[in-house]
Each structure stands twice: as C-alpha cells, then as structure tokens.
Design a protein around this ligand. Structure first.
Ligand SMILES: [Zn+2]
Length: 428
C-alpha cells in the first residue's frame, strides 16, 4: 500500500500535461499512471495542474551584512518558500579565502538550516581566495557541493575573486556561480538613493559577464551567472555565445528584474527597494521579457530586511541591500510566460545543480509536488515571510498554489501549514 495518492492531476512531464495519478512511498514517487492504487491518504487535485516541486537556486536566509541580518531565517524563509511551491532552495556558505575553512562554514550553515521545513543545499562561496582550487573542488565534491559562488566585485569588503582563480575553477569539475559586475565600474560609496541605478551600471554587468563567458568558452568550463538584471546583457550573451548557452553557460534572473523598474528608487519609499545589482529602466524590463528563452533559471535572491532597517539610513551606501520574493516568484513568472516557465523552476535548475532526484515527476525521484490552479485571479497580499512589507503587494495575478508536498509530506494545503523537517541534499 502506498503512503500518499495525489490523484486526478494534470501531471506535467517532459513539457506536456497528462491526466495521471501519482503515488508516493517513503518520500519517493513510487507510481505514476492511470490506475487507482491503494494508499493510506489521498489528495484529489480536482483536475488542477500537478507540477514538480520548484527549485530556487538563489536565496539568502539569515545573511549577516554589517549591523543587519536578513529578515528571514531558515525557519521563516523555508515556510514562505513552501507557500510559494519551492520545495528545494540553494543558499550560500559564508565566503572563505582558503579551502581549510570549508568544513567549518559548512557545519555552521547546516546547523543554522537544520529546522528548515523544505529541502536545501548550499553553494560554497569564495572571498578573495588564496588557497588551492584543486583541493577546494575535491573538498566540495566530498561534501556534496557541486557549485562555487564567486564575486567579480565587492573589493571593498574583500569578497572580490580574481579572474585567474575563476579560470582555474572553470578548468575543474564544478559549476562556477558568478555575481558578475566589473569592480572598477562599480561605485560602492554611492549615496543618492534616487539615482541608485547609476552606481552599478548595465555596462558594469555586461563587461564582467562577457569576460566570464570568454573564460568559459576557452576553458570549456561550466558557468552560471546569477541575477542578470538587464535585457541588454542577456541579448549580448545570446548573440555572442549562442552555442554555449544552455550547454556550458547558464543565465539566472529574478522576478524583480521583470516587474520593478528603477523609477521606484525615486519615490518616497525608494530605500525599501534598494538591492544589488539595482533595478533597471522600463525598456530593460521589456528586453528582459523578450529574452526569456535565453534565461535558464529563476532565482529570487530572497534577502529582505525589515522596514525600520531599510529606512534607518538615508544614504544608499548604508541601506541594507536586498528584497524578498520567494513566495510570489512562480506566480509572477507564470503570469508572464505561462507553461514555458515551468522547466526553469524545475528540471533545468535540477540538472544544472546536480539535484539528481528533483525537478521531475518520475518514479524514484523525491516526492516533491505542487498543485496549481492556473485560472483563479488574486491580488498579491502579504506573505508568510517575517519581513513586514512585500514589494509585490497589490499586484493582480492569475493562478493560485493550492498545495505543496515535499518528500511525500503535505506541507501546505489550501493555506494551511503542516510543519516538517527538510533535508540537506548532497548534489552530484
Ligand atoms: Zn544573492
């Protein structure tokens, strides 16, 4: 007898929907087919979509920057994630400058994450790395970490990693996750909130992105660029590196770069919207929407701070950077792109990041599922984040997430929450 039956869903597999029943056993998908099976508990999808659980490869829970800590810890962050259909997130380890520090930062972050209710993994993160990249990659692999984050900027906080180190990494068996902005073109001391966009220009982004792509082309390395902000950048990469895009070079963007424009910095509440890299003008949003085929994965860069913290200082250099969005991410992107967005939340990030048992409704995979009604209309309200404002509040969207199932556990069902423990996922 199966543990859970999720029946009468329009099941999304390989880009198509079929009317099927899914049964789980010991946290795994154990049957997908047309028959009705014996099981302990049944959820009826009532002909709504049944999708693989979503993956957010870019979040920052309990991120300490200066005097501030991001508003969501792993408990509240994973809860707001579950309400958004996110069943796996990838957060980051603290930056290290030598491979000897890896185990310590991994243990510390695992301890912080242990009460997360959804599954999780971590990218290793480098500061101004001075160690041995070969040893680092072996250590990461030993601990089930298949991606390393680097920054080409943030020299002011000693987090900038040299292009030489990045090139060494790309020659090895690991995915290089890059925050790409050319450091010499960034002004980290920028004070004017109204014109904050100018502190980190599109040119700063595209210059670093193209340099990294050139390294990836030369080394045949695997490169994943986080939070691309501008359609212009995406188009440049798509033109110059068409053959490598989706094979060796992957681009991530975030819902805010598709919805929010830099005009908002010029409002009374501009400070609430400050983040790095900044929002762009409306015309870039349009270009971004046109370039969706060249974007492989949607990360939220979820990193909100409380209103009082965002408004504490009135110069941009002192405002903590970051906004939330994990709970609304899928709905927002679904509203723009329909079913084409589903793989970018599921199978594609699973493949890029070695989440071997995630991203597809197939027997043997983790039983991570989302029931989604794409027809009902809603206004976005406050979320289950601890943060006291939502940058998307009031937006009218179509579609509602009805239920989230992780490892065969029903965690969210029609707005009700049932706590559980997530697992650290070792990646291949
Ligand atoms: Zn980030």
């Amino acid at each position: 007898m199966y543990d859970l039956g999720v029946i009468n869903g329009r099941v999304f597999r390989n880009g198509r929907f079929s009317k099927l029943n899914v049964y789980t056993e010991n946290g795994k998908i154990a049957y997908v087919g047309e028959e009705i099976q014996a099981c302990e508990k049944t959820i009826d999808c009532e002909n709504n979509m049944l999708l693989p659980g979503f993956i957010d490869p870019h979040v920052h829970f309990s991120l300490k920057v200066g005097e501030f800590v991001s508003a969501d810890d792993f408990v509240t962050g994973s809860k707001t994630a579950a309400y958004g259909g996110i069943t796996t997130f990838i957060d980051f380890l603290d930056p290290i400058v030598h491979e000897d520090e890896l185990e310590k930062v991994l243990m510390a972050r695992k301890e912080e994450a242990k009460d997360a209710c959804v599954d999780y993994a971590f990218h290793a993160t480098l500061g101004n790395f001075k160690g041995n990249t070969g040893k680092l990659v072996s250590l990461c692999r030993k601990h089930g970490i298949s991606s390393i984050k680097v920054f080409t900027t943030y020299s002011e906080s000693n987090r900038q990693c040299s292009y030489d180190v990045i090139e060494e990494l790309m020659l090895k068996d690991i995915t290089v996750v890059a925050h790409a902005e050319e450091d010499s073109l960034v002004d980290a001391t920028w004070k004017d909130i109204k014109n904050f966009e100018k502190s980190r220009s599109i040119q700063a982004e595209s210059t670093a992105v193209l340099k990294l792509c050139e390294i990836a082309e030369r080394t045949r390395g695997k490169l994943y660029i986080v939070h691309v902000t501008a359609g212009t950048t995406v188009m440049l990469v798509a033109r110059k590196y068409a053959k490598l895009l989706g094979e060796k070079i992957f681009l991530e963007s975030c819902p805010h770069y598709f919805y929010l424009s830099s005009n908002i910095f010029n409002s009374k509440e501009g400070g609430l919207f400050l983040l790095n890299p900044p929002l762009r003008e409306g015309k870039e949003i349009n270009k971004m929407r046109k370039s969706i085929k060249s974007i492989h994965s949607i990360g939220t860069d979820h990193c909100p701070y409380m209103i009082a913290e965002k408004m504490k200082y009135d110069t941009a250099d002192r405002v903590p950077k970051g906004i939330g969005g994990i709970e609304n991410s899928f709905i927002l992107m679904y509203n723009l792109f329909g079913n084409d967005i589903i793989p970018k939340f599921t199978s594609v990030p699973a493949k890029i990041f070695g989440l071997e048992t995630k991203g597809a409704i197939e027997v043997g995979n983790d039983a991570d599922l989302v029931i989604f009604n794409e027809l009902v209309s809603n206004n976005i309200k406050e979320t289950h984040s601890r943060c006291d404002y939502n940058v998307y509040a009031g937006l009218k969207v179509k579609g509602k997430l009805l239920a989230t199932i992780i490892g065969g556990d029903l965690i969210v069902n029609r707005d009700e929450f049932f706590d559980r423990k997530g697992r650290f996922i070792e990646r291949g």
